[in-house]
Design a protein around this ligand. Structure first.
Ligand SMILES: [Zn+2]
Length: 267
């Protein structure tokens, strides 16, 4: 016998629907009670806050028991925190505020990492990783952005679980643009092979509601990349390149606050 879809709603579904409606009305009423400064600020049609970039959330990939890639005694989690700390220093010297999602060798869940960024009203988020390839020949740097990201209003979603943010189906031009500036600076500074920018729904960037990118700063599985990454000066150049990319992006956003109008580098 074929399975038939139920034709009507039972009392349970009706009850849940009513409960949902009542909660929604209650939440709307609650928002009206909040003083204006505590209300959710939606600065544009799509929920993106487009003020100048002052804060950078730096996410050193992996940590704790999660080592990431390992090759010849080089451990990805050690490289990521090293570059993150260098980036922190460089950005602070340029007048940015910074927050690290981890400052030592501790385990931080992906959800915690995104939550740190989503607490902020206005920031950019950069996650630092190193790659491993199936082929030893794979080499170079690339920068990922999520084509679809959360753009939801944080105040509502944080306390009403059934109103979880939904993905915006349109391309996230802010993140795409930031990825372009970071990637260009990486290639210029390090001379590494340009693997370009790519759209990828990595959790840690797809679930941040600010411009967010993930940098893969070289392959531990490539002998040349590996030997470069063991050099302190090279890791400093990587950090300086990411800092340059963020600075260029923030300058363009300041001049052209509509993120949709931010051009790709070189255009
Ligand atoms: Zn990684």
């Amino acid at each position: 016998m074929l399975w038939r879809a139920p034709t009507g709603y039972g009392p349970l579904q009706r009850g849940l629907a009513w409960a949902g409606l009542i909660l929604m009305l209650a939440s709307f009423g609650w928002l009206q009670l909040l003083p204006p400064s505590e209300r959710v600020q939606i600065s544009s049609d799509d929920g993106w806050d487009r003020g100048p970039v002052r804060l950078v959330v730096i996410d050193a990939g992996h940590g704790g028991r999660d080592s990431g890639a390992i090759r010849d005694g080089v451990i990805e989690k050690d490289l990521t925190i090293d570059v993150a700390r260098r980036l922190e220093q460089l950005l602070r010297a340029r007048g940015f505020r910074t927050v690290l999602t981890r400052s030592g060798d501790e385990a931080v869940s992906l959800a915690e990492r995104t939550a740190i960024a989503n607490e902020q009203r206005n920031c950019v988020f950069v996650s630092i990783h190193f790659d491993e390839g199936g082929r030893a020949a794979a080499t170079g740097v690339n920068t990922y952005y999520a084509a679809r990201q959360q753009t939801a209003e944080p105040g509502i979603t944080s306390w009403l679980p059934f109103l979880q943010p939904v993905s915006n189906e349109s391309t996230n031009v802010g993140s795409q643009s930031l990825a372009g500036f970071v990637q260009q600076a990486l290639v210029t500074r390090t001379g590494a092979v340009d693997r370009g920018t790519r759209a990828q729904q990595f959790y840690v960037i797809a679930n941040v509601r600010h411009p967010a990118v993930l940098v893969e700063g070289g392959f531990l599985t490539n002998q040349e990349d590996l030997s470069k990454l063991t050099r302190e000066e090279y890791r400093q150049e990587l950090a300086a390149a990411i800092s340059d990319g963020i600075k260029h992006y923030s300058e363009v956003v300041r001049e052209r606050p509509t993120v949709a109008a931010v051009p790709e580098p070189g255009t």
